[in-house]
Design a protein around this ligand. Structure first.
Ligand SMILES: [Zn+2]
Length: 320
């Protein structure tokens, strides 16, 4: 998350507020979503045991081989800085994280830095993501584990404790499940060429307008009518945007931190063009385009000149 105090101009479809008009995927906060769609699994009313059986059933449909995802990715720090983005991937899943840059002179109550937070949280997700759980449970328990890892020396009720966005994509049998918490969106390209963007832009719609006062951020972090982020509140996971898409309907999924999405928000590139670049030239080339746009047109105001930037291009591989 590139500076929670900076402005941003969302120019893309926000699934949190305007669910995408698609028959193949919806994205709503897991805690408040509507009726389940035909052909998808809605875990709201399932007990954990029922949820396990549901996912196991999916896996049994793929006895011919292990479901996998092919992932290309690239990540780069803002010039002169340490990269506070992070990603971790396995055979059938990927998680992309963006650590929130704390304002200077703020006491976070924590002896750790943001890079520690994103790595610790990423590893906690990796340890749990192959469990047959909904992604919200994976994230909730990973946040719990990260809180334990802080130790007694950190004040976990401090509203400035390090935090991170997270986006997760996981294949389970013949579906791809996703979770988006805070401003690291994903873009799903469907077989008919249309694109569904899953973007949690609640951080861009806090009351009072930009630039946000620090006190406002503190008071609305992980609060109803505020914004939700991975830090010291496991129940934030239930507020993530989640959904599931049939593998047969997906030709690729782009995952981005907001250091990349400024290409769309500020520099006029369409989501379709961004996904075309991932397809034709790959994630590293897309990051190069970001830096070129920043130098050519100037930085988004009042955002950073450059930000850490991460992009991944995820392809479902047919089960053989
Ligand atoms: Zn700590």
């Amino acid at each position: 998350m590139a500076g929670s105090l900076r402005d941003s101009a969302p120019a893309y479809r926000c699934a949190a507020r305007s669910p995408a008009p698609t028959t193949t995927g919806t994205a709503q906060p897991a805690a408040s979503r509507g009726p389940a769609r035909p052909g998808t699994v809605d875990t709201r009313d399932l007990t954990p045991c029922q949820a396990v059986r549901t996912h196991d059933q999916r896996r049994r449909t793929s006895d011919e081989g292990e479901p996998v995802l092919h992932v290309n990715h690239a990540t780069t720090a803002a010039p002169g800085g340490a990269n506070e983005d992070y990603l971790v991937t396995g055979p059938a899943w990927i998680a992309v994280l963006d650590g929130a840059t704390a304002p200077r002179d703020v006491d976070s109550g924590c002896v750790h830095d943001v890079r520690w937070l994103v790595r610790t949280l990423a590893m906690a997700v990796a340890e749990r993501i192959e469990e047959p759980w909904p992604l919200t449970r994976v994230l909730s328990e990973a946040i719990h584990a990260t809180m334990r890892a802080h130790g007694d020396g950190c004040d976990l009720v401090n509203p400035d404790s390090p935090s991170a966005t997270i986006a997760i994509v996981r294949r389970t049998g013949d579906h791809v499940d996703y979770l988006v918490l805070c401003d690291s969106p994903i873009a799903i390209r469907h077989r008919d060429g249309t694109v569904t963007v899953v973007a949690d832009d609640r951080l861009n719609h806090l009351p009072g307008g930009h630039p946000y006062r620090l006190e406002l951020i503190r008071s609305l972090r992980n609060q109803p009518d505020g914004f939700w982020v991975a830090s010291t509140a496991p129940h934030a996971a239930a507020e993530a945007l989640t959904g599931s898409v049939p593998v047969a309907d997906v030709t690729g999924i782009g995952m981005f931190t907001d250091g990349v999405t400024r290409l769309v928000e500020w520099y006029g590139r369409s989501w379709e063009q961004v996904l075309d670049t991932l397809t034709e030239r790959g994630p590293a080339s897309l990051l190069a385009d970001v830096r070129e746009a920043e130098l050519t047109y100037g930085p988004p105001r009042p955002a950073k000149v450059h930000d850490d930037a991460t992009a991944a291009w995820v392809l479902p591989i047919p089960v053989t």
